[in-house]
Design a protein around this ligand. Structure first.
Ligand SMILES: Cc1cc2nc3c(=O)[nH]c(=O)nc-3n(C[C@H](O)[C@H](O)[C@H](O)COP(=O)(O)O)c2cc1C
Ligand SMILES: *[C@@H]1O[C@H](CO)[C@@H](O)[C@H](O)[C@H]1NC(C)=O
Ligand SMILES: *[C@@H]1O[C@H](CO)[C@@H](O)[C@H](O)[C@H]1NC(C)=O
Ligand SMILES: *[C@@H]1O[C@H](CO)[C@@H](O)[C@H](O)[C@H]1NC(C)=O
Length: 354
């Protein structure tokens, strides 16, 4: 068992950066990730597609071809040279896609044939096609193969992306999943797909190399559940059966388009506490954290580790700045998803340069 929190409590949250041309991780990612690596620090990669139907945004990295696996290797090596622990986030976007991103211009796949509201986030999302029950094992298998590939690339483990409105969450949440077979309806049925993936991945690479990310409370991309408390608690309990290394959960009411790091100090909602208490292994909280909120989460035993997204994106030496309690660089939203290999990516200054 990897005891993650015995190393370091500051985690790099998974952050899509849209700089992997033709789905192949690029050499500039070596610098980006190694800038953020520290001895014993856990880094989670940007979401990596498990197959050619898994994409819905430009320049996403993949982890399904030999070429992609080879391209990840120098990135993983660089992080390991600095003593970092590196997990690869594996995902499938499901219906959060358009014909342009799909093989042969086919419809994106989902739990449902209801689409994301066209125009939401400025994209004309294409209507999805509901997966048949018979097709589901092959998608589960794509996650299994992606996990195998991640280990082949040298990663210490994988994070199954079951959050933020993407394919796995399209099964989990009752306002999206409208199936009437064993993958829909009851909580147990809606969770079946996620848990089959967890089982396949743990069988393939070992439970001590598997984490998962959930966001029962968020409503990103029309992905809503009528009873997120029940969903989150059920999953936390079921996940114990697989003895996976960590559960990573996003706080409610998180809108990444809002500034949330400077609000009222008393706004740690503690909504994740039941999940944290139910889950037996390492618990990671994310969403709107800064130095003082993170310290409080750890001090109150609300989480074992805290993941930082936008602050870590803009501060390659975030752990050091937190340690010294010095000012942070501000993030530039306009370059989050632009494809430049340097600007807004590896050019955020370190403390001594600031
Ligand atoms: C530019 C950007 C890209 C993101 N990409 C991913 C991703 O690939 N996978 C994921 O699970 N979450 C992704 N997120 C969500 C973050 O991991 C995190 O949950 C969110 O930013 C809230 O944390 P923060 O307040 O510390 O930024 C992304 C967020 C941003 C701002
Ligand atoms: C759940 O799956 C079972 C089969 O495993 C099925 O009989 C049932 O109708 C499904 N729906 C609900 C709401 O439980
Ligand atoms: C999780 O921890 C609780 C409390 O220690 C224990 O009762 C339970 O058996 C554990 N669950 C699993 C699946 O290990
Ligand atoms: C962290 O955010 C809280 C509110 O969420 C704010 O009161 C506090 O000043 C912030 N701390 C730092 C170090 O920026």
């Amino acid at each position: 068992m990897i005891l993650l929190f015995s190393f370091y409590r500051i985690v790099l949250a998974p952050l899509t950066r849209s700089r992997s041309y033709n789905n192949v991780p690029q050499p500039h990612a070596v610098l980006y990730y190694s800038q953020r690596a520290t001895k014993g620090g856990l880094l989670i990669t940007e979401a990596a597609c498990v197959s050619d139907t898994a994409q819905g945004y430009p320049h996403m990295p993949g982890i399904w071809t030999k070429e992609q696996v080879e391209a990840w290797k120098p990135i993983v090596d660089a992080v390991h040279k600095k003593g970092g622990i590196f997990f690869c986030q594996i995902w499938h976007v499901g219906r959060v896609s358009t014909y342009d991103f799909q093989p042969n211009g086919q419809a994106p796949i989902s739990s449902t044939d209801k689409g994301v509201t066209p125009g939401l986030d400025g994209v004309d999302w294409s209507p999805p096609r509901r997966l048949s029950k018979e097709e589901i094992p092959s998608i589960v298998n794509d996650f299994r193969l992606a996990a195998r590939n991640a280990i082949e690339a040298g990663f210490d483990g994988v994070e199954i992306h079951a959050a933020n409105g993407y394919l796995i969450e399209q099964f989990l949440k009752d306002q999206v999943n409208d199936r009437t077979d064993e993958y829909g309806g009851s909580l147990e049925n809606r969770s079946r797909f996620a848990l089959e993936i967890v089982e396949a991945v743990t069988n393939e690479i070992g439970s001590n190399r598997v984490g998962i990310r959930l966001s029962p409370y968020t409503d990103i991309l029309d992905s809503v559940d009528s009873n997120p408390d029940a969903l989150g608690l059920y999953l936390a309990n079921e996940l114990n059966n697989f003895d996976i290394v960590y559960l990573h959960v996003i706080e409610p009411r998180l809108d990444v388009n809002e500034e949330v790091h400077q609000g009222a100090e008393d706004q740690i909602p503690h909504s994740l506490l039941p999940m944290r208490k139910a889950f037996n292994n390492t618990f990671i909280a994310a969403g709107g954290y800064n130095r003082s909120k993170g310290n409080r989460a750890i001090a109150e035993n609300y989480a074992d580790m805290v993941a930082f997204g936008r602050l870590f994106l803009a501060n390659p030496d975030l752990p050091k700045r937190f340690e010294l309690d010095v000012p942070l660089n501000k993030y530039d939203r306009s370059t989050f998803y632009t494809s430049d290999p340097v600007v807004g990516y590896t050019d955020y200054p370190f403390l001594e340069q600031a």
